[in-house]
Design a protein around this ligand. Structure first.
Ligand code: 6PG
Length: 244
């Protein structure tokens, strides 16, 4: 398992620049290797920080991208809580990724979370076949409680091993009904990238990195690289020796 690599920046704006370079390179490398770039997006603050610079990057071969969602809320695509809507507004509307290579939750199934999760497995199979999906990059955020995707502390979904996509109707972060990738898929990625900004994340980041508390985000692994892009606020309580 790769050791976590932590990159600290003065501001969210600097993270946007670093992410632009990192994702452009990851996309270039993946396309050279396999002819495509497979990536997942999360909700929350991530899409804005990601898109700030990347959306104007003309070196990226957007036509080779396949975009999935690490987790999604069971709401229509035009709902304010939709991670798809957020990603669309921040990034997808500005870049030429073919529509059939963007994979949102099936809008016809948002009132049946089990069916929506099953359908999302089929969407994964349409790109990855029957093999366990291995994303080039998952882009993840963390909550102040240490959750990532919709995997919350103490929740039974943390132990799911027999499905690629699970659903819940008791998310402590609203809205309650969601679908989420499970650890078997998340941890089978080539690279997992966490993007963490603001003082509100300083305690949890210290708990995960310095104290190695087994919070959901701390259980994320990767085949090759496990990367944290953090700003000074989020890294405010990190032990000085950790960054050496
Ligand atoms: C969601 C997200 C979730 C998010 C974290 C961090 O749909 O709720 O995917 O896992 O990434 O809660 O959110 P913030 O960046 O807004 O703190």
């Amino acid at each position: 398992m790769p050791s976590p690599e932590i990159f600290k920046f003065a501001s969210a704006d600097e993270i946007s620049t670093a992410l632009d370079h990192f994702i452009a390179q990851a996309s270039h490398d993946a396309i050279a290797r396999s002819g495509r770039f497979t990536v997942t997006l999360s909700g929350g603050s991530l899409p804005k920080v990601l898109a700030a610079k990347l959306k104007s990057n003309t070196t990226v071969e957007w036509s080779k991208w396949h975009v999935f969602f690490a987790d999604e809320r069971c709401v229509p695509h035009d709902h304010d809580d939709s991670n798809y809507l957020l990603a669309k507004q921040q990034l997808l509307d500005s870049v030429p990724i073919p529509a059939n290579q963007v994979h949102p939750i099936n809008p016809a199934l948002v009132n049946d979370r089990h069916a929506a999760a099953k359908d999302y497995v089929q969407q994964l199979k349409s790109v990855f076949g029957e093999e366990l999906p291995s994303f080039d990059v998952n882009l993840l955020g963390i909550g102040p409680d240490g959750h990532c995707c919709s995997l919350f502390p103490g929740h039974p979904l943390l132990d799911v091993k027999d499905t690629w996509v699970a659903s819940l109707d008791d998310s402590p972060k609203p809205p309650p009904s969601r679908i989420t990738l499970t650890y078997p898929v998340i941890n089978n990625a080539d690279t997992n990238v966490f993007v963490v900004t603001g003082e509100g994340k300083a305690d949890v980041f210290h708990q995960i990195i310095d104290l190695k508390e087994p919070l959901p985000s701390g259980r994320v692994q990767a085949k090759r690289r496990l990367i944290w892009f953090v700003d000074n606020g989020a890294a405010g309580k990190l032990k000085a020796s950790t960054l050496k």
